[in-house]
Design a protein around this ligand. Structure first.
Ligand SMILES: CC(C)(COP(=O)(O)OP(=O)(O)OC[C@H]1O[C@@H](n2cnc3c(N)ncnc32)[C@H](O)[C@@H]1OP(=O)(O)O)[C@@H](O)C(=O)NCCC(=O)NCCS
Length: 172
């Protein structure tokens, strides 16, 4: 991907969730983790899908994961060898910003995992020199909007879906 200078600098972190259970956040490794991430999405509660994602078929999930791996930078949250959360940034066409996508498996939601993953990817994007992080969510997705706002994202286009942006430049 674009300015990937900080890739080597991401080291695994051990985190305790809000129920007192430990998990790790580490770099996504497409060779080792592809199958485990697909499994997370194959068992993802379809009622919690957002903007048509994750895809509902195995083939659709594979294509999506392969696309994200080839064009972006990802982190996973893992507990007992199982992937419970996945966040990816993909540079925009002009390479100045990144788009972020995040999913936490329903078994691990509401324990702070999403916020931890977001914090790490924000730090990474900042270090890598991106100007900001963009995302789109559904206007009815109160939990996701709460998390994004808490981390500093602002709504930039509320008319159809919710377009939000986090400016990473110093002093902003
Ligand atoms: C959105 C998502 C990534 C957040 O991850 P998570 O691990 O569940 O979130 P966290 O536990 O870190 O934080 C949840 C926060 O939302 C709050 N929350 C929970 N339900 C809420 C609701 N219905 N409305 C508003 N806030 C809510 C929690 O209190 C917590 O806030 P707090 O830290 O101030 O107490 C995850 O829930 C998810 O994958 N959802 C389904 C898919 C999705 O919406 N993805 C987003 C891309 S569109």
């Amino acid at each position: 991907m674009g300015s990937c200078a900080a890739v080597e600098e991401f080291s695994e972190v051990r985190v305790t969730d809000r129920k007192g259970e430990e998990y790790i956040i580490r770099l996504y490794d497409h060779t080792k983790d592809r199958e485990k991430v697909i499994e997370m999405y194959e068992t993802f509660n379809p009622e919690l899908r957002c903007l048509g994602l994750p895809p509902t078929t195995r083939k659709g999930i594979e294509n999506w994961i392969d696309y994200l791996a080839s064009s972006g930078f990802g982190l996973v949250a893992e507990r007992d060898g199982r992937i419970i959360g996945h966040v990816v940034i993909v540079p925009t066409e002009d390479k100045k910003n990144v788009d972020v996508t995040i999913f936490v498996h329903q078994d691990a939601q509401n324990r702070g995992v999403g916020q931890e993953l977001m914090k790490r990817i924000i730090e990474y994007a900042k270090k890598a020199g991106y100007r900001g992080i963009m995302l789109v969510t559904e206007r009815t997705n109160a939990r996701a909007i709460h998390v994004y706002r808490k981390l500093g994202f602002e709504v930039v286009d509320p008319y159809f879906e919710y377009d939000m942006y986090l400016d990473l430049r110093d002093g902003k």
